[in-house]
Design a binder for this molecule. Structure first.
Ligand code: SAH
Length: 391
């Protein structure tokens, strides 16, 4: 265990139970952190908190407890059980794919667990939690009893600030996809890709809103990934749905999702393109859609990207807005944690001014109950979705 002593006056966020300890707050480090454990002391030597240790990250420790209790098998089991109770209380029926452990939001910073039917994917997001891997795996198996558990180690890449590419399983492990249901619809998580743990579980609530609105309407699904929004729209009676994504593999999965749910689809329903270019073409040919879904990847991954990200969000929204028919809908999303809900709404508003089109904000919808956010750590609320109605 390593003991991290804070600079005078830097204990405030720890006293408020914020789980992130930045390296700049640390005056002295003493001991060996190779077991992944850190103890945090104030400048006078009083012990304040314990957590996992990430020597290479700006967030040098993710704090799990604010007292004497040390993270370990007993605590992991307790926290996982609490997380399970929330899912049991709040998840919709016929849903076997969901996030079982949501890092800070379940007081398990650095740990994600996604369940896809019979397969659980444990993702260890920091070097410290990677070291605790065997105990975390044991807790996941005990509390959630998945027939199969795979572990995706992305902590080292993330702590170094590298782009995360590691798939959950390497292709030769013979487990490339995991079937599951969401509100009775059938999907596969792509475990051998590199996107999330294989599926965007965080959009379940928005997919179900789309399903409720879609009857008789044509849906344009931008940044579609595996086309889950389109499947939800068609389940709600959409007349047609078109997926646009840059990834051929994602579109391949999108085709399979249509087939699996028995919705007819033609080649023209899957468009491999850069969304910015595709949108410009559609705007030029004056296309009009009843519902446009715009769910891009995070444009801002670090603070230095913010200005460029804001321009990207504005451009994409201005273009998407021009395609929405009067009386139609735009669901526009941002999953950049660095772009606050307030900033995102302002960017979208300014896009509507530029487009010269009136939209009303009808609902804000982020992730569902399986992505809880701790009040101690509001940074966990990364997904913002705005449902806009074209007047
Ligand atoms: N809406 C999806 C998740 C979107 S993730 C769902 O609910 O499942 C973002 C997707 O955008 C990825 O599939 C990625 O391949 C795609 N992408 C990223 N940049 C792109 C671009 N410039 N043009 C087209 N697709 C892009």
């Amino acid at each position: 265990m390593i003991r991290l002593t804070l600079k005078p006056g830097r204990e405030e966020s720890v006293l408020r139970h914020h789980p992130w300890l930045f390296s700049g707050a640390v005056r002295a480090a003493e001991g060996d952190g190779s077991d992944g454990h850190a103890e945090v002391l104030d400048a006078k030597g009083l012990s304040l908190a314990r957590g996992s240790y990430s020597p290479r990250s700006q967030i040098v420790s993710r704090l799990w407890t604010f007292g004497e209790e040390a993270p370990g098998p007993v605590l992991f089991r307790e926290r996982f059980l609490a997380a399970r109770r929330l899912r049991e209380a709040a998840l919709p029926e016929e849903t076997t794919g969901y996030r079982a452990i949501n890092s800070e939001g379940d007081l398990c910073p650095g740990v994600l667990l996604d369940l896809y039917g019979e397969v659980a994917v444990l993702e260890l997001l920091t070097e410290g939690t990677q070291v605790w891997g065997p105990d975390l795996e044991a807790a996941a198996l005990e509390v959630f009893s998945p027939p199969r558990l795979v572990t995706r180690m992305t902590g080292t890449e993330r702590d170094r600030g590298d782009t995360v590419r590691a798939p959950a399983v390497s292709p030769d492990e013979g487990l490339s996809r995991a079937p599951f249901t969401e509100n009775g619809l059938r999907f596969f998580a792509d475990l051998s890709g590199g996107q999330k743990t294989g599926f965007y579980l965080d959009q379940r609530e928005n997919r179900s809103r789309l399903r409720a609105l879609a009857r008789g309407r044509a849906v344009l699904n931008l940044f579609s990934y595996s086309g889950a929004f389109s499947v939800a729209g068609l389940a709600g009676g959409a007349s047609r749905a078109v997926d646009v994504d840059a990834s051929e593999a994602a579109l391949g999965l999108a085709r399979e999702h249509r087939r699996e749910n028995e919705f007819a689809a033609g080649d023209e329903d899957f468009v491999r393109a850069d969304v910015f270019e595709d949108l410009r073409r559609r705007v030029q040919s004056r296309e009009s859609w009843d519902i446009v879904i715009c769910d891009p990847p995070a444009f801002a991954k670090k603070k230095a990207d913010l200005a460029r990200a804001a321009r990207g969000y504005k451009d994409i929204n201005r273009l998407a807005m021009s395609l929405v028919a009067p009386g139609g809908w735009l669901l526009t999303c941002s999953c950049s944690g660095l772009v606050s809900a307030d900033l995102f709404q302002k960017i979208v508003f300014s896009a509507s001014l530029d487009a010269g089109l009136p939209f009303a904000l009808v609902a804000r919808q982020g992730a569902g109950a399986d992505h809880p956010v701790s009040l101690d750590c509001p940074e966990g609320e990364y997904l913002k979705g705005l449902w806009l109605w074209r007047r």
